[in-house]
Design a protein around this ligand. Structure first.
Ligand SMILES: NC(=O)c1ccc[n+]([C@@H]2O[C@H](COP(=O)([O-])OP(=O)(O)OC[C@H]3O[C@@H](n4cnc5c(N)ncnc54)[C@H](OP(=O)(O)O)[C@@H]3O)[C@@H](O)[C@H]2O)c1
Length: 239
């Protein structure tokens, strides 16, 4: 299968792209930092005879860039089978103090971007009457009683997108799921040092590879089986 993975220059998106290629899939890597995408593309393609990864530098909040990324999938692989949207930004500041430019960038990336990249790939999947869309999201979509306020606003919107799109896309055979995450450690290692994942002897962070495994599970279901949502949390995280 061929997947478009946004936010794949680093973080969760990069781990997802690696996991997909390891498992025999091909990927379009989409994020803004072209240098990181090129390095990852080279490393993913190095061990295979055929092209397994292609890089498209662009901004998920810009329609023309989203269309370019989808078109690249077609040109290089002849077909796209799905989207994993892991592009994301964040603003931790209280709403009363957050800079307007930061608020706009956060919403532009996480809400407008999630919507535009989905809009760009949907007609392609609809034409095949098949495919999967997975959005990576966070727990503030549910837990709205605590700050940061902007996380709750953005993650609730992404959850709403997934929940409602599932009904629309089911009409033409496209599967839609959401992976809602607790804290994820800032490390690439498949088996990170316990000190990175644990606090006071309890698991407080997920590793990126654990998240990537959940994505692979969601994408690997038989046609007609939809995993609506996976809520993945480290056992000892306090909310
Ligand atoms: N880490 C956690 O603990 C956690 C927990 C819950 C949910 N999440 C969610 O998981 C997603 C990924 O988080 P992460 O931890 O992997 O973050 P990260 O390490 O900061 O990676 C974010 C990725 O998104 C890309 N990106 C940012 N803005 C973009 C834009 N406008 N257009 C295209 N790509 C863009 C970045 O690449 P460029 O800068 O190259 O564009 C980067 O590849 C986010 O939506 C986040 O909310 C994370």
């Amino acid at each position: 299968m061929n997947y478009l993975v946004t936010g794949s220059s680093s973080g969760i998106g990069e781990s997802v792209a690696r996991k997909l290629v390891e498992n025999g899939h091909s990927v379009v890597l989409f994020a803004r930092r072209a240098d990181l995408l090129d390095t990852l593309t080279e490393s993913l393609n190095a061990t295979y005879d055929t092209v397994r990864a292609v890089a498209v530098a662009g901004d998920v909040g810009q329609w023309a860039d989203c269309v370019r990324a989808v078109d690249a999938g077609f040109e290089i692989f002849g077909r796209l089978d799905g989207l994993v949207n892991a592009a994301g930004d964040w603003v931790d500041d209280p709403l009363a103090e957050a800079a307007v430019a930061d608020i706009q960038r956060f919403i532009q990336t996480d809400v407008v971007g999630a919507t535009l990249i989905t809009r760009a790939i949907l007609p392609v999947l609809k034409a095949h009457k098949a495919g999967r869309i997975v959005h990576i999201n966070g727990l503030q979509a549910f837990i709205r009683q605590r700050p940061p306020v902007l996380y709750a606003a953005v993650e609730s919107a992404v959850r709403g997108l997934c929940e409602s799109l599932r009904w629309e896309a089911a009409e033409y055979g496209v599967h839609v799921g959401c992976i809602t995450l607790g804290s994820v450690a800032n490390t690439e290692a498949d088996h990170p040092e316990p000190s990175i994942l644990m606090t006071d002897g309890r698991r407080k962070c997920l590793s990126r590879s654990e998240v990537a495994r959940a994505v692979l599970f969601m994408l690997s279901q038989p046609d007609g089986v939809n995993v609506d949502e996976i809520i993945l949390t480290p056992l000892g995280q306090k909310f």
